[in-house]
Design a protein around this ligand. Sequence first.
Ligand code: ATP
Length: 300
Amino acid sequence: MAAGAAVRLSGLRKHYGEVRAVDGIDLTIAPGEVVALLGPNGAGKSTTVDMILGLTKPDSGDVTVFGSTPPDAIKRGTIGAMLQGGALLDDATVGEMVGMVASLHRRPMPVAEALRRAGIEELANRRGNKLSGGQKQRVRFAVALVSDPDLLLLDEPTAAMDVGSRREFWRSMQAFTNTGRTVLFATHYLEEAEEFADRVVLMRRGNVVADGSVAQVRALAGGRTVRAVVPGATDEMIAGLPGVTEFQVRGEQVAVSSFDSDKTLRALLAGFPGVHDIEIAAVGLEGAFLSLTSDEEETR
Ligand SMILES: Nc1ncnc2c1ncn2[C@@H]1O[C@H](COP(=O)(O)OP(=O)(O)OP(=O)(O)O)[C@@H](O)[C@H]1O
């Protein structure tokens, strides 16, 4: 599979002085996969995307895109990219901007089709300085699509969009991925990863801390939340239960995060005979994200 990989990163590293923006990551993305790159601010997502695009030179390690170097892949129109704040021209119309980019490629799709796929046909004659933030993002999407790329790299594509535009954007994106293209998108929105990605790669401080399907990443965090009404509960008693990683006591209402909910529950029942209204829930992707990317992990 490696030879036919859409993206292959091996030992990829980029440091800025003391900052280990990307600290030796290995990642293989198969053709047709839709992968979310998740992580808190400063995790190294943009630096990774920039290295795949050849915009940032790695200190060490290799990047290949469909077996080629990033500059060769870009020359062939294999990669389309939508970057945070990618420049648009104030005085050119949307149609002109997308047309200019199309003219740089050997086998572009028709400009009208790129506009249609990005859902901005009606903006074709609008000038760059008359676009809203969300509309600009869609123009960047059309620019990314017009080379008819096999790989799309998107750095926080829906950052400036309202909820409705976000939905529509992902609908357009799904139409694109249904044709078997590969997509890697960086995002802060867990629900986008959960809903649209086949695979989630979680980054923290320049490293990949989890990689798998949404269900697998959730399971990696392994925790559950136990809620109950516990007459007589005190902070000290709840903190002393086995498996507890975090807890909250509000009057008799207790919520506990636990890495071993069976043990926690047994001890709770033994220590507090009056406990009632017990609920146990699996950690969502958000919980997994927080537990796998929090700085407290550092001390483990
Ligand atoms: N050109 C640069 N010079 C110095 N430090 C940089 C440079 N680019 C990135 N960094 C640092 O590298 C780290 C990783 O940044 P990066 O932008 O890749 O993170 P990110 O995960 O994309 O964050 P965000 O979600 O905030 O966009 C950060 O600490 C950042 O300050």
